[in-house]
Design a protein around this ligand. Structure first.
Ligand SMILES: Cc1ncc(COP(=O)(O)O)c(C=O)c1O
Length: 399
C-alpha cells in the first residue's frame, strides 16, 4: 500500500538511502564480471566460500573464538530465513519457546507455524515506574525461571531488542545462560541490531559467554549491517551440529542464496574489515548517523507532547499517542479493531505508514498499547522533515 500510494513509510526497519558506496561498487563489479561463470551459478548450500570466510573473520573477535568458515556458518536469505529454519530444525509440535515481549513481530508466527508454543516474558521496569529509556527495562527473574520446564526447547533472545532498543546486560545474559544450561535449552540469539548500540557499550554476543557456544545459534543480518535489506543476505553462526538441519532447510527451500549478491557482499565486508575501528568504518558511521536521527525523532515527539521511551539501541522508536489522539477525529477511520484505528487513520488521512504497537506486544500486555506506534528512524533529513510537518499539522505542538 505504501509503495503504491507514495506514502511516507516508517513501519518497517529499512533506510530510505543507499548502502555505502563500496557495496554498490562491489555489486557493479560482480555483475560486470564476464570472466568467472561461477559467480553466476549455485553457491555451496552453506553459502559462498568467500562470504563465509569474511563472516568468520568478522565474528571471531565478537565470539572470542576461531570460527570455522567451512562448518560453523550458514548464509541464508536474510536473517529471517535463519529464524525460520531454526524453528523448523528444532521446534516440534507442543515444544515451548521462550520470548521477551515486546518482540519482533514475526517470531510468533514462525514458531506457531511449526506447532511451537511461544511463552512470553514481559520486559518492564522492576520498580513499576514508567521507563525513560529502553535500558530501564528488564525482566522478573522469578517469572523467567518459572517459564522454563522440560517442554522448553528454545529461547529466542533478541539483543538489542526490537522494538524497544533494550540492550541486555551481561548479568542478565549470564542469568539466562544458567537457565538454558539447567534445562538444556537451545538459544536463538538474534543479534541483527548489534551495530546499532548508541551509548558506547560494547555488544555482548551471547555465544561468547562461558559455556554458551555449544547451545547458541547467532543470527545476523547483512541488510541491517550495510543498510541493504533488499539484498536479502543474513547468516547464522554456531556449532556444525546446530546448523545441520538449518542447512538442509536452505537446500530444500532455495538450494542456495544468490551467488552474485553473496560475492558482492563478501567484497564489501572485506573492505569494511580493513577499516574497522577507524574513522572510515561504516559501522561507526551507522552509530553516529543513527543517534542523530533518533535524537531528531525524540525532539519532535517532545515538542508534540507525545511520550516516547528513548531507545538506547536499534532502529525503531516507539511512541504513545494517547495524550494527543483527542485532537483528531478518529471516527473517520471505520476500522475499530483494538490498536489498529490510529495507524489506519494516519495511513488513510495523512499518507503516513507506521506499525501499530498491538503487533509487538503479547495480548496480555496489550491493554496500554491502543495508541502506541512504532517508527523506523533510519530516514533522510528530508523524510524526517516531512514526518514532522505531517505530525505537527495534525496534532499541533504541546501547549
Ligand atoms: C529483530 C529482527 N530479526 C530479524 C530481522 C530480519 O532481518 P533480515 O532483513 O536480514 O531478514 C529483523 C528485521 O527487521 C529484525 O528486526
Amino acid at each position: 500500500m505504501a509503495v503504491q500510494s507514495n506514502a511516507i513509510d516508517v513501519s518497517y526497519g529499512y533506510p530510505d538511502y543507499n548502502p555505502p558506496q563500496h557495496m554498490l561498487d562491489a555489486l557493479r563489479e560482480v555483475t560486470a564480471n564476464h570472466t568467472s561463470w561461477r559467480l553466476h551459478q549455485y553457491s555451496h548450500p552453506r553459502g559462498e566460500a568467500r562470504l563465509r570466510r569474511a563472516i568468520a573473520k568478522l565474528n571471531a573477535p565478537l565470539m572470542r573464538r576461531h570460527i570455522d568458515a567451512d562448518r560453523e556458518i550458514l548464509v541464508t536469505l536474510g536473517a529471517i530465513q535463519s529464524l525460520d529454519f531454526a524453528a523448523r530444525a528444532f521446534v516440534n509440535a507442543g515444544d515451548e519457546v521462550v520470548l521477551f515481549s515486546p518482540r519482533f513481530m514475526y517470531y510468533e508466527p514462525i514458531i506457531r507455524l511449526v506447532g511451537g508454543v511461544p511463552i512470553h516474558i514481559p520486559l518492564k521496569t522492576l520498580n513499576g515506574q514508567k521507563p525513560r529509556q529502553s535500558n530501564d527495562l528488564s525482566f522478573d527473574r522469578k517469572q523467567l525461571e518459572a517459564a522454563f520446564n522440560n517442554r522448553t526447547k528454545m529461547i529466542w533472545l533478541n539483543n538489542p531488542n526490537n522494538p524497544s532498543g533494550k540492550v541486555f546486560t551481561e548479568e542478565e545474559l549470564l542469568f539466562i545462560g544458567q537457565l538454558c544450561e539447567r534445562y538444556d535449552v537451545i538459544v536463538m540469539a538474534d543479534e541483527v541490531g548489534q551495530y546499532y548500540h548508541f551509548e558506547g557499550q560494547p555488544h555482548i554476543t551471547f555465544a561468547s559467554l562461558p559455556g554458551m557456544w555449544k547451545r547458541t545459534i547467532t543470527v545476523m543480518s547483512g541488510g541491517k549491517t550495510f543498510s541493504s535489506t533488499g539484498w536479502r543476505i543474513g547468516w547464522a553462526v554456531g556449532p556444525e551440529e546446530l546448523l545441520y538441519g538449518m542447512t538442509v532447510g536452505v537446500m530444500a527451500a532455495v538450494l542456495a542464496v544468490p551467488t552474485p549478491i553473496q560475492t558482492a557482499f563478501a567484497m564489501g565486508l572485506e573492505v569494511e574489515m580493513e577499516r574497522l575501528n577507524t574513522n572510515q568504518s561504516y559501522f561507526s558511521r551507522l552509530v553516529r548517523e543513527s543517534v542523530a536521527k533518533r535524537d531528531r525523532f525524540i525532539k519532535m515527539f517532545d515538542e508534540l507532547g507525545i511520550d516516547v521511551v528513548k531507545p538506547n539501541a536499534g532502529y525503531f522508536i516507539v511512541a504513545d499517542f494517547i495524550n494527543v489522539v483527542h485532537k483528531i477525529d478518529l471516527s473517520l477511520e471505520k476500522d475499530r479493531r483494538f490498536g489498529l484505528q490510529l495507524s489506519l487513520w494516519l495511513i488513510h488521512q495523512k499518507n503516513l505508514v507506521t506499525l501499530p504497537g498491538k503487533l509487538l506486544y503479547h495480548l496480555d500486555q496489550n491493554s496500554g498499547s491502543e495508541f502506541v506506534l512504532r517508527m523506523c528512524f533510519l530516514k533522510t533529513d528530508d523524510t524526517i522533515n516531512q514526518i514532522e510537518s505531517v505530525l505537527k499539522s495534525t496534532f499541533g505542538t504541546k501547549s
